[in-house]
Ligand binder design. Structure first.
Ligand code: PEP
Ligand code: MG
Length: 576
């Protein structure tokens, strides 16, 4: 039966496809599509792991002390039976052979199907076997970790069937998202997350329709259900009737036509009606994203979120050489245009490792970004050396996240000088860099002059600036309705920062999601902003807005918006 699930729109467009549910598991599970020719090897890998668990359980039975409670022996019997149960095994094999999931993913998918069936059982004894099943699956998953996975996994590739697939999950870490970036999904939905959570940001960079904060979506949808994702309205339609599907297929085609029209703007200069030049830069997560930036005519990278190089690596961080190569690749790919690389911004909703629960009480206010870097000086120096060396191959700017204190500025400058000296001592080359500060904590916006004294340019992170000004966790969908970049307090901090930088002739960019929101383009132009950095998928839409705008006329209007109690009411559609 058709039903609709409401969430938050994060990436535009329509996706129609079959649901692929990604179950969360207590054990870290890698979700990979395998190549068709790897199916047999993957089945063998699963068999090896299963046999090892069976042997382990049998050994435990043999070594059981004589006086052990009989329930324990019975429990091991149940686990062995479950392990060898054909309906479980057949289901798992089907996900591998037909969908080309890797063994771990197939296992948790089948577990989820069975857990649902257990939940519906009347018999309490049987219902309780669910926990046994979960334990057995967990044992096999742990074993699989020790059974070498196939080398050539996770390539972008075709599916068993030609039907498009849509990803539905309770939550996806940014590291998960990077993994899926290489694959085939036409869209995705998560139960949790806010509009500017990092998961949503990566979704936008994938340029596929997405909805987050859809609460119980992953409980309501079943594997293989047909679903429609409307990324503009923030809804998911499950099991649509043919009429509804046709209607959305039509909307999808219209969207594609519109994109085709916008594509023609890629090489049109970004100049307003009254001749003001505007710099449109790209936000990227890895060097390969530079291609998407160039394709839409970005004139540089305004924010390379370097932390994505560090995530999901089970604690083994990239060394100086690996980082240097990555930064150099990004710099070279942009052919001499500026590439602003932000030093690692780990913490809050971007944990270093997948699914590792934070032990901090309030991670968004804790040891993240520059605070983390300064607490790990050896790691930070490694990154700074890699950046300085990469600067010999292009126009690299270094950007420091989440600064607030004079002492943090001082320590950062000292470490940068130290990194230079270390490279000199080795006789290696490094290039000149411009150094920028992110203004994303209200304290920084309110003491912006201190930042202008020490930095070459500023970049306003409106996502965090909104979060910290309004005390709203950007990743928490329960307070997502209060997350408002148009709150007068946020706008005043943004406008004040732009004005202060301009007064001193220093560069200022907005690199938060606000820069890529076409509804905000005129307001930011009216505040005097001339440099916007956003995910490449937004650049052409924003360019279209500014090509139609008269920057001079927007100044008094922006002043009125800033003075208003409810700025949102003054924005489109009747703005000048
Ligand atoms: C921001 O906070 O606006 C920003 C650009 O940084 P991030 O979204 O990575 O925290
Ligand atoms: Mg930020």
């Amino acid at each position: 039966m058709t039903f609709v699930v409401q969430g938050l729109p994060v990436a535009r467009g329509i996706a129609i496809g079959r649901a692929v549910l990604v179950a969360s598991s207590r054990v870290e599970v890698v979700h990979d599509f395998i190549e068709p020719e790897q199916v047999l090897a993957e089945l063998a890998r699963l068999r090896t792991a299963r046999d090892a668990v069976a042997a382990e359980l049998q050994r435990m039975q043999r070594e059981m002390p004589k006086d052990a409670p009989p329930e324990l022996t019975a429990l091991l019997d149940v686990h062995l039976l479950l392990l060898q149960d054909e309906t479980i095994g057949a289901g798992v094999r089907q996900w591998i052979t037909q969908r080309h999931y890797n063994a771990e993913w197939a296992l948790v998918t089948q577990l989820e199907v069975l857990v649902r069936q257990f939940d519906e059982m009347q018999d309490e004894y049987l219902r309780e076997r669910k926990a046994d099943l979960e334990q057995v699956v967990e044992r096999v998953l742990r074993r699989l970790k020790g059974v070498a996975p196939l080398a050539a996994m996770a390539a972008p590739r075709a599916r068993a069937q030609d039907e498009p697939l849509v990803l539905v999950a309770h939550d996806l870490s940014p590291a998960d998202m990077l993994q899926f970036k290489k694959s085939v999904f036409a869209g995705f939905v998560t139960d949790v997350g806010g509009k500017t959570s990092h998961t949503a940001i990566v979704a936008r960079s994938m340029d596929i329709p997405a909805v987050v904060g859809a609460r119980a979506a992953s409980d309501l949808v079943r594997q293989d259900d047909w679903v429609i994702i409307d990324g503009d309205a923030g809804v998911m339609i499950v099991d649509p009737t043919p009429i509804i599907r046709d209607e959305y297929a039509y909307k999808q085609r219209q969207g594609e036509l519109e994109r085709g029209r916008l594509a023609r703007l890629a090489h049109t200069p970004a100049v307003t009606l009254d001749g003001e030049r505007v710099e449109l830069l790209a936000n990227i997560e890895q060097p390969d994203d530079a291609a998407a930036a160039l394709a839409v005519g970005a004139v540089g990278v305004g924010l390379f979120r370097s932390e994505f190089l560090f995530m999901g690596r089970s604690g083994k961080l990239p060394d100086e050489e690996e980082q240097y190569q990555a930064y150099r690749r990004a710099a070279e790919a942009m052919h001499g245009m500026p590439v602003t690389i932000r030093t690692i911004d780990i913490g809050a909703d971007k944990p270093l490792d997948d699914r590792r629960e934070s032990t901090h009480l309030n991670p968004a206010l804790g040891l993240r970004a520059i605070r983390w870097s300064l607490s790990e000086p050896a790691m930070f120096l490694t990154q700074l050396r890699a950046l300085l060396r990469a600067a010999a191959h292009g126009q690299v700017h270094i950007l420091i996240p989440m600064l607030a204190h004079a002492s943090e500025i001082r320590q950062t400058l000292e470490l940068l000088a130290q990194a230079r000296a270390q490279i000199d001592a080795r006789g290696q080359v490094h290039g000149a860099v411009k150094l920028g500060a992110m203004i994303e904590v209200p304290a920084a916006a309110l003491s912006v002059k201190m930042f202008l004294r020490h930095f070459d340019f500023l970049s306003i992170g409106t996502n965090d600036l909104t979060q910290y000004t309004l005390a709203i966790d950007r990743a928490d969908d329960a307070v997502a309705h209060l997350y408002d970049p148009l709150h007068p307090a946020v706008l005043q901090l943004v406008a004040g920062t732009i004005a202060a930088a301009r007064a001193q002739g220093k560069g200022v960019t907005v690199c938060g999601e606000m820069a890529g929101d076409p509804q905000m383009t005129r307001l930011l132009l009216g505040m005097g902003l001339r440099s916007f950095s956003m995910h490449p998928s937004q650049i052409l839409t924003v360019k279209q807005e500014l090509l139609r705008a008269d920057a001079g006329q927007l100044v008094p209007w922006a002043q009125a918006v800033l003075a208003s109690d409810e700025p949102a009411a003054l924005l489109a559609p009747h703005d000048p």
